[in-house]
Design a protein around this ligand. Structure first.
Ligand code: HEC
Length: 293
């Protein structure tokens, strides 16, 4: 019995004492690499998988794409593009900025590419099950760190973490790597060149203000019948900017004190009907933005 226990313990001890652990191997591989390119899916139970891609090269070059956003750093400038708003911002690409971006789940493990101190954020790493993922043997590693517990799947042959699970707002997510390339060559600069997508605008703080064109369809749908075109009840024409502004029912920058907005908020208007709150909020935002033409 005693002998059996010993033989079972010896390989385990040898493993923990001589060979570097998965975390150390992963950090060493990441630190040695000149570039990294990964394609992965983030899967939430019951939702369709979201495609991500990440490319990293030395001297602060990064390209990260999620379904909602695109981050591109050419080593000097970091451009962040919001796909829904079609707006991008630009700032200096510094190591702390890029590191902070990568340290978010689901890319946390690969922040080791930029961070030689990566292992310091980990308080414990315990081996779990071994799984065969499409022919690749992966060892599950249960990791505790300051920003929450995660599991990472360790590929001992390549010496890297390739995916795992994390929890955010009580929802569990799976990160499934479909492709990972760790090389000793830099990636082409074209990968990290910022080319604004079609229709993209630089967000300089002015383009976000709404204009009358944004709210005109709402006025036409809910008010125009009685306050527009041929009719203008109470001399209020909502479907012509100058006429609307001359009615004194709009106080630019102050929706709370605008008769027009209050008429909708109280439900008095549209007379004999109703409109969704989101449409009222839209008009209120236009007024608060300065009621621009
Ligand atoms: C079915 C017709 C009708 C529709 C639709 C309608 N209104 Fe009116 N509205 C009136 C009438 C009639 C008056 C004048 C009598 C009154 O004040 O109740 C009026 C008055 C107003 C006034 C008061 C004007 C003032 O100077 O006192 C405001 C503001 C107003 N409407 C805003 C709106 C807005 C905004 C919409 C669309 C969201 C809208 N109305 C849709 C019929 C309508």
């Amino acid at each position: 019995m005693k002998a059996l226990l010993l033989t079972a313990l010896v390989p385990l001890l040898a493993l923990t004492m001589s060979a570097p652990g998965p975390v150390e191997s992963h950090v060493a591989t990441m630190q040695k690499a000149a570039s990294l390119s990964i394609k992965f899916k983030v899967v939430q139970a019951g939702a369709s998988p979201q495609d991500y891609s990440l490319s990293l090269s030395r001297d602060l070059k990064l390209r990260l794409e999620s379904p909602a956003k695109l981050w591109v750093s050419d080593g000097k400038t970091l451009s962040v593009y919001d796909k829904a708003k079609k707006l991008y911002t630009q700032g200096e690409a510094t190591k702390p900025t890029l590191l902070k971006l990568l340290q978010n789940e689901p890319t946390w493990a690969w922040s080791a590419f930029l961070d030689p101190e990566f292992a310091k954020s980990i308080t414990s790493a315990k081996p779990g099950e071994e799984v065969n993922q499409k022919g690749v043997i992966l060892q599950e590693i249960k990791i505790s760190k300051a920003t929450g517990a995660v599991t990472q799947m360790f590929d001992a042959v390549a010496g890297v973490f390739r995916g795992g699970t994390f929890t955010k707002d009580n929802v569990q997510y799976f990160v499934q790597v479909t492709e990972i390339k760790v090389t000793d060559k830099a990636l082409a600069d074209t990968v990290f060149a910022w080319v604004p997508p079609a229709d993209a605008k630089l967000d300089d703080g002015t383009v976000v203000a709404m204009s009358y064109a944004d709210v005109l369809p709402v006025f036409q749908q809910y008010c125009g019948r009685c306050h527009g075109g041929g009719r203008a009840q109470k001399n209020l024409n909502t479907t012509n900017y100058d006429a609307l502004m001359s009615s004194n029912t709009v106080r630019p920058g102050d929706s709370a004190r605008s008769i027009l907005v209050n008429a909708m908020r109280t439900g008095a208007m549209p007379r004999g009907g109703s409109m969704p709150k989101a449409e009222i909020d839209k008009i209120a935002k236009w007024v608060d933005d300065g009621a621009k033409p």
